[in-house]
Design a protein around this ligand. Structure first.
Ligand code: 7TS
Length: 408
């Protein structure tokens, strides 16, 4: 049995929003997989930037520009260190996971040939399906799907069978947003490399719970959105191995990403700037660094242990409700519970929970193929963070019971 080393009541003081009421009830925020809440330390970093050193970066000799540039580059270095990338130029600031994936998918247009194969798992978010379909349309490559079983676990034998010398790319989320499954990415990466394929891991849902080590994993690309880890929206990162990023063409053209421009020919800047056209989200990048500092001050091992306790407790309590079925019962899971009550539409449960001040997500969670696999229109999804409490889970359970009584 793991011991809680988190002082959750003290942590909650860092999050002003957790004090508010919704529909006259204390907010119970259980939609953390959609976006996390923001601690005062990160809010202060944003206020500090706009109050004290707002300036464009990498271009001014003046003091403010230098200060902003230093802080932005320091954030890049923090991200590198957190994920153990070998060089900070391998960290590209983007607007988030969706942007990161599109950047890579676009770049591979010039590297794939007709008949090549790309593999995606059956449990991807739409942002890790649609860009690859578009890539396949452009190149004539084929998209193949690594299946999962009814527990919401990838069928690894089928994956190994799908791999061949035609496989050029494999895409997999580290953690499924709709099921919470933690995928065996080390095995996936090693097997893909044995046939010469590159792997992109979508880390959007893993980032709040698991500290990935890029060098140890030997992953080729990894994506993160800052808003899932207590940072602001509109900023994230793409990690790419230097060799890959050098091979990929720029995604967007403009300022910042050039070495020299004439009307005859333009040469591109070195990494990471080659992929960072235009004025970036400077404040967002700095706040992303502040968010990592905050999460590390709590500690990822402490976060994982505490969230595992919440998950076990919530699973047990929810399963006491008659007719309730949980989708995604992998042994390796983060704090996500997707469920339905037989005979009740998930949207109706979500609406009643909202009246009680409880925020959950309902619907297909941008993962329609998962819903098709389970033959359901959607689920109710409760997703936990280290600032949630067992009392909040009790509120969820009694809210779901009440909804079931009203709707059945
Ligand atoms: N990949 C996964 C696994 C995700 O969960 C999400 C967002 C994305 C990619 C896209 O991230 P973005 O920051 O670029 O939008 N997932 C969710 C969700 O589960 N509910 O709302 C957003």
């Amino acid at each position: 049995m793991t011991q809680t080393t988190i002082d959750v009541l003290k942590i909650r003081e860092d999050f002003p929003i957790l004090n508010r009421e919704v529909n006259g009830k204390p907010l119970v925020y259980l939609d953390n997989a959609a976006t996390s809440q923001t601690p005062i330390q990160v809010i202060n970093a944003i206020v500090d930037y706009y109050s004290n050193y707002n300036a464009n970066i990498h271009r001014g000799v003046h003091a403010l520009s230098q200060e902003a540039t230093d802080k932005y580059e320091a954030a890049r270095e923090k991200i590198r260190a957190h994920y153990n990338a070998s060089e900070s130029k391998e960290i590209i600031f983007t607007s988030g996971t969706t942007h990161s994936i599109n950047l890579v998918a676009n770049g591979f247009s010039s590297l794939l040939n007709k008949g090549d194969e790309v593999l995606v798992t059956a449990m991807e978010h739409h942002s890790n399906i649609v860009p690859w379909q578009m890539l396949c349309e452009r190149t004539g490559a084929h998209l193949k799907v690594i299946p999962m079983n009814l527990d919401g676990v990838l069928v690894m034998d089928a994956y190994h069978d799908l791999l061949s010398d035609k496989t050029k790319l494999v895409f997999c989320n580290h953690v499924s947003n709709a099921l919470g499954t933690v995928n065996p990415i080390a095995e996936i990466i090693e097997a893909a490399h044995s046939v010469g394929a590159a792997v992109l891991v979508d880390g959007a849902q893993a980032a709040p719970h698991i500290k990935a080590d890029f060098q140890r994993l030997d992953v080729d690309f990894y994506t993160v959105s800052a808003h899932k880890i207590c940072g602001p929206t509109g900023v994230g990162m793409l990690y790419g191995k230097k060799e890959w990023l050098q091979k990929l063409p720029p995604y967007q053209g403009g300022g910042e990403m050039i070495a020299e421009v004439t009307f005859e020919k333009t040469t591109y800047a070195d990494l990471p700037h080659k992929f960072e056209a235009g004025t970036p989200n400077i404040c967002g990048g700095i706040a992303f660094g502040a968010a990592l500092d905050y999460m590390n001050s709590i500690g990822f091992d402490n976060i994982a242990n505490y969230e595992a306790e919440l998950l076990t407790y919530a699973t047990k309590q929810l399963l006491t409700i008659e007719g309730l079925k949980i989708y995604g019962i992998a042994k390796e899971k983060t704090g996500v519970i997707s469920f339905n009550i037989e005979g009740v539409h998930p949207y109706d449960i979500g609406t009643i929970l909202d009246k009680l001040g409880i925020a959950v997500r309902t619907g297909h969670h941008c993962a329609q193929p998962i819903m098709d696999f389970f033959k359901i229109p959607g689920t109710v999804r409760a997703s936990f963070s280290f600032y949630n409490t067992k009392e909040e889970i009790d509120s969820l359970v009694s809210g779901v019971k009440r909804a079931a009584q009203m709707l059945l």
